[in-house]
Design a protein around this ligand. Structure first.
Ligand code: NAD
Ligand code: IPM
Ligand code: MN
Length: 350
């Protein structure tokens, strides 16, 4: 098969973990007899520097054309003085997600057995943890009106019923393939958008009598996720709560560097990226863990190309690396990003 996708390395550690993932994809292509057809484009700060805009037209056109995008991360201190849509995040990543209508962001938290001791949490809390956060990605406070007036600043948070409905359907459909429980997270004791969220989620849940639904307030959820994470199966939430809770979930998994994500539209467009950022504090040092990026690439193969055995082969090679301690420093190993990528690449299909 010709695997045709858009590759957006981005900023900071993005290009470093990207190279590791490309090595692994190349190895997969050799083992399985596929070809890679990669359209590499600029996004974020790299695009600002070279093209004067965080989301050049050719980048967006390629993403729309291939419908399968592998992205590193965007942003960094070099561009932090920029405002609004001139920024890598607000002008690059967010419009990419919005223009492709990638409303469903899926972020798994299932600690690898070998990494239980990499987490600061006790193993008795972590054993058996396996949940997925379904984060609404194209609405809410990220995309409302923002600005300044003579008193201060504001960010508007809006959700339409339709936006809540479609992400709720995603969560319930996913729960049906798992342990059949949805925990919806909101702040309905304060926010009107959250009151609507709760109403719509409860109504949609009526179509899924086989799936258990519970509602939880986000502040309490931040605690439950650390004290009884085993109790959760599918966690459904809005854009900003999902952003915050998934960084918290990475603590259960041992490192920010191990959680991949998929952002999907209603049909078959998918953007695959680690949940972490461009890690400017370690960029250029070879310390970045490429696991989340490699697992994002595997997810792309599975979901955008239907290549299940190929995805599994990559996931198994990653697990072998974790078991053998062939990992980066964040997980207690001594390999560089590049060395870990090579190790995983060498073990695809073995
Ligand atoms: P971050 O996720 O980049 O880093 C947080 C901490 O985790 C840092 O100490 C970093 O070194 C560590 N870390 C992250 N990824 C790692 C990896 N693969 N291996 C080892 N350690 C890793 O978050 P931040 O520092 O708050 O943000 C930095 C920049 O990244 C900001 O400009 C932010 O806007 C951007 N960002 C982009 C994305 C994205 O493109 N999807 C996501 C989050 C943050
Ligand atoms: C993420 C990131 C982004 C977000 C930023 C960079 C806009 O933190 O993908 O988690 O908040 O969605
Ligand atoms: Mn985030």
């Amino acid at each position: 098969m010709n695997i045709h996708f858009t590759y957006l390395p981005g900023d900071g550690i993005g290009p470093e973990i990207g190279l590791a993932a490309l090595q692994v994809l190349n190895a997969m292509a050799n083992v399985f007899g596929h070809t890679l057809d990669i359209e590499e484009h600029l996004i974020g700060g790299a695009a600002i520097d070279k093209r004067g805009t965080p989301l050049p037209d050719d980048t967006l056109a390629s993403a729309k054309h291939t419908g399968a995008i592998l992205l590193g991360a965007v942003g960094g201190p070099k561009w932090d003085h920029l405002k609004g849509a001139d920024r890598p995040e607000l002008g690059g990543l967010l419009p990419l997600r919005q223009k492709l209508d990638l409303f469903a962001n899926i972020r798994p938290a299932k600690p690898f057995a070998t990494l239980i001791n990499s987490s600061p949490l006790k193993s008795e809390i972590l054993n058996g943890v396996d949940f997925v956060v379904v984060r609404e990605l194209t609405g809410g406070i990220y995309f409302g009106n923002k600005g300044r007036d003579n008193l201060g600043a504001y960010d508007e948070c809006r959700y339409s019923q339709a936006e809540i409905e479609r992400i709720t359907v995603t969560a319930f459909e996913l729960a049906r393939t798992r342990r059949k429980k949805v925990t919806s997270v909101d702040k309905s004791n304060v926010l009107e958008t959250s009151r609507l969220w709760r109403e719509v989620v409860s109504r949609v849940a009526g179509d899924y009598p086989d799936v258990e639904l519970e509602h939880t307030l986000v502040d309490a959820m931040a605690m439950h996720m650390l004290t009884r994470p085993r109790d959760f199966d599918v966690i459904l939430t809005e854009n900003m709560f999902g952003d915050i809770l998934t960084d918290e979930a990475s603590v259960l998994c041992g490192s920010m560097g191990v959680i991949p994500s998929a952002s999907l539209d209603a049909d078959n467009v998918g953007l695959y990226e680690p949940i972490h950022g461009s890690a400017p504090d370690i960029a250029g040092t070879g310390k970045a863990n490429p696991t989340a990026m490699i697992l994002s690439a595997a997810w792309m193969l599975r979901t955008s190309f239907g290549l299940e055995p190929e995805a599994v082969a990559i996931e198994q090679a990653v697990e072998q690396a974790l078991e053998a301690g062939q990992v980066t420093g964040d997980l207690g190993g001594s390999l560089s990003t590049d060395q870990m990528g090579k190790w995983v690449a060498d073990h695809v299909g073995r």
